[in-house]
Design a protein around this ligand. Structure first.
Ligand SMILES: NC(=O)c1ccc[n+]([C@@H]2O[C@H](COP(=O)([O-])OP(=O)(O)OC[C@H]3O[C@@H](n4cnc5c(N)ncnc54)[C@H](OP(=O)(O)O)[C@@H]3O)[C@@H](O)[C@H]2O)c1
Length: 219
């Protein structure tokens, strides 16, 4: 099989950081493009870092990509408003998807979230459901959505929601042995999500696929 070019957005984040190192180590990719808003200070012969303005993306920014990996995201608290949150979690992933498809990409892998539902009354879950659907409508040959529960891993800044999630996760653990449907709510290591993305990208199964968090635990 020919080596491909990966494009990653959100490479400086928790999942994205694991993923970029896996992509750089993978024989399947001869180039790894990353779209960032400031330099990552990472050097690698395969790395093609592109500093972009996410509000004014062009086809040139995404040129050359075969597989698009989206690990972008923020919180409403960090973004400052629902509108600013939606830009990062909806507008940018869709815009990159549109441009990359026009430029020849064939596969899109999106980190969404457990509970994503375009009809949800919860703004976060609704936005995640809407971004899943909007990318699904673009027409990628292969499209996979990853829906992790609380992400586990070392993060520089404190996030209350995640800390609450970790406590609930600890309480939930014994119950998941007795009640298997609860397994999808168990926290998941961000590195596992990244491994799942790489593994699924390698298979490039045509069509649209959704992997819930319990399925991601297997990677
Ligand atoms: N945290 C959880 O427990 C959890 C659970 C389920 C699903 N998820 C979802 O999983 C995905 C990955 O989460 P994560 O925790 O790995 O993400 P993260 O660590 O918060 O990283 C977010 C990434 O998005 C970029 N970003 C944020 N705001 C931006 C902006 N205004 N313009 C351009 N780039 C921006 C960041 O770049 P900079 O470095 O430039 O800021 C970073 O690369 C997200 O979609 C998240 O919603 C998270």
């Amino acid at each position: 099989m020919n080596a491909k070019t990966a494009l990653i957005i959100g490479a400086t984040g928790l999942v994205g950081n694991y993923l970029i190192f896996k992509l750089l180590q993978s024989d399947r990719y001869e180039n790894v493009i990353t779209l960032v808003r400031r330099p990552m200070h990472l050097k690698h012969p395969k790395l093609d870092e592109r500093i972009v303005d996410f509000d004014n993306l062009t086809r040139q920014d995404v040129s050359g990509a075969n597989d698009v990996f989206c690990c972008l995201g923020t919180t409403i608290r960090q973004a400052g408003s629902q509108e600013a949150f939606r830009k990062v979690d909806f507008v940018y992933p869709v815009e990159v998807g549109k441009l990359a498809l026009q430029a020849g990409a064939t596969q899109y892998l999106l980190v969404s979230s457990i509970g994503a539902n375009a009809q949800s009354s919860i703004f976060y879950s609704r936005t995640k459901g809407q971004v899943e659907a909007a990318i699904g409508e673009l027409g990628y040959r292969s499209y996979t959505v990853f829906r992790p529960a609380t992400l586990l891993g070392k993060r520089k800044q404190f996030r209350l929601g995640e800390e609450v999630g970790k406590v609930l996760d600890f309480a939930l653990s014994p119950l998941t042995l007795l009640i298997p449907p609860l397994r999808k709510y168990k926290g998941i290591q961000a590195s596992k999500v990244a491994s799942a993305m790489l593994n699924i990208a390698d298979q490039e199964v045509p069509g649209q696929h959704i992997l819930e968090s319990d399925a991601l635990q297997r990677f």
